[in-house]
Ligand binder design. Structure first.
Ligand SMILES: NC(=O)c1ccc[n+]([C@@H]2O[C@H](COP(=O)([O-])OP(=O)(O)OC[C@H]3O[C@@H](n4cnc5c(N)ncnc54)[C@H](O)[C@@H]3O)[C@@H](O)[C@H]2O)c1
Length: 442
């Protein structure tokens, strides 16, 4: 069990200099957490190198980006992309001419989903094939990096990847019931997790959201030695999630989104960082707060704990910064609605005894209950309903503040990392905004 270790002090400015490198392991599609690291790297003059998941052709084969896709992805990132497909996972692997797991899932019906079982052997052989492909491609990426990055540079690898939901219609249907279902549509996350599909899901999350970090550390081992031998430093950061501390009832309190099914894989990721750190490899997982991104859109209600960031900003960053952010948020609310009411509503969910009975750090991650799911979804929808335009949400603005702040904190902390697993909570984000190191974020 990882010790809960929040970042308590703002990190000193790192020694990365103009011309050093940030390498993103995970493709950027929109505004996600990694944008914060990219913006900070750029601000201090570092070069950015991106990677891609690749694309699946009509025949299901994984391929690099074509010229058009590459130009588009490089324009979006504003940097060069090493064009070798780094999709992780094994749901599309075909072994000895047999149907892939994704194909097998096509025939599963919504009334019999709980009867399907995949043998351990079939998951293992698909998983082995997926790992081999990923590692082979990753080593090709590293060969390309060897050509691009000169000796003596400092290099920060940012592991962004998280995923592993098997691609199938039935699975999306079940997830929608777990994450968005109320009444008859509600589905217990425990029931899904303990089913055959759930076991498959666990193996897939472990591979995509954790083990690929180990492969990254291993495949870059000689690259690391070469850089270290030439006077440079190689560092690794990974984005984690293991709940976060936010202001509830006027006090900072650790809480979590429920049901965060990838949580077990996220703890495996922490273990991988810890093992590497103990061997002297400077790899750290930064457990970050809940924000709205492409990936978190599925977890409806995850955004509720983002609203109290406004309280944390007021407490840590002071009146002037808080007034500026609150004015921007107030402008997104319907006439008659106020930021104060919004914060009260979010607090009443976060301090609810229903949540208090379930949430526990030592036995995290917790499964949902019907009562909790219904309370969370009703609160989420009420809070969303306070906005004038569902496309202009307070959470988008608060997410921007969080990803920019965590990007700065992670980049600088990575230079001399204090521990393999660190929580970045609302308090340290508020304090960054109060400091000259947080200038320009608000
Ligand atoms: N959004 C949140 O609330 C939140 C909170 C804490 C931590 N995080 C973590 O931050 C990281 C970035 O997530 P984000 O929320 O910014 O969303 P995002 O969608 O921007 O990032 C997800 C990343 O995973 C990659 N990915 C997904 N499936 C993959 C696969 N099969 N193979 C290879 N790459 C794959 C995507 O290309 C992308 O780079 C993730 O590790 C996520 O768990 C997110």
């Amino acid at each position: 069990m990882t010790n809960y270790r929040p970042m308590a002090e703002l990190p000193e400015a790192s020694g990365y200099k103009a011309g050093d490198y940030l390498v993103l392991v995970g493709e950027l599609f929109g505004r996600g957490y990694a944008n914060g690291l990219v913006e900070e790297a750029r601000r201090i003059g570092m070069n950015v190198i991106g990677t891609t998941m690749g694309r699946r052709g009509g025949d299901g084969e994984l391929r690099p980006l074509n010229a058009y896709e590459l130009a588009e992805a490089e324009a979006l990132l504003g940097a060069q992309i090493v064009n070798v497909p780094l999709e992780a996972g094994f749901d599309m692997e075909t072994i000895d001419g047999q149907a892939s797991i994704a194909d097998q899932l096509k025939s599963v019906r919504s009334d019999t989903w709980d009867q399907i079982r995949f043998s351990d052997a079939s998951i293992e052989s698909a998983s082995r094939a997926g790992t081999l492909r990923f590692r082979k491609n990753l080593s090709q990426v590293v060969s390309e990096l060897e050509k691009i990055i000169p000796a003596g540079s400092n290099v920060l690898f940012s592991y962004v990847m998280a995923g592993g939901f098997p691609r199938s219609r039935i699975f999306m249907l079940l997830l929608n019931r777990v994450f968005k279902g109320t009444g008859d549509k509600y589905l217990s996350s425990r029931l899904l997790w303990e089913s055959g599909i759930g076991r498959l899901c666990e193996a897939s999350f472990n591979e995509v959201s954790a083990d690929t970090f180990r492969y990254l550390l291993e495949e870059t081992s000689s690259f690391r030695d070469r850089i270290a031998g030439s006077g440079g430093r190689v560092r690794y950061t990974a984005y984690g999630y293991h709940g976060s501390s936010v202001l509830v009832g006027g006090e900072y309190r650790w809480q979590s989104y429920i049901p965060y099914m990838p949580g077990w894989a996220k703890m495996r990721l922490e273990d991988i960082a810890e093992e590497a750190f103990n061997k002297g490899i400077m790899a750290s997982v930064y457990n970050c707060p809940e924000i709205q991104t492409n990936s978190s859109a599925l977890f409806l209600g995850v955004e509720i704990s983002l609203y109290p960031l406004l309280d944390a900003i007021r407490r840590e960053a002071g009146e002037q910064t808080a007034t500026k952010v609150e004015a921007c948020c107030q402008a997104m609310l319907k006439p008659g609605e106020t930021v104060a009411h919004l914060l009260e509503r979010a607090d009443s969910y976060l301090s609810s005894p229903i949540l208090g009975q379930i949430i526990d750090f030592t036995t995290w991650p917790q499964h949902n209950s019907r009562e909790q799911a219904e309370l969370m979804l009703a609160s989420s929808s009420e809070l969303m309903g306070m906005h004038t335009d569902q496309k202009q949400l307070i959470c988008a603005e608060l997410s921007r503040i969080v990803f920019l702040s965590t990007g700065r904190l992670m980049l600088h902390a990575s230079w001399k990392p204090a521990a393999p697993v660190i929580w970045l909570n609302h308090d340290i984000i508020g304090r960054l905004l109060a400091d000259s190191r947080g200038e320009g974020i608000v």
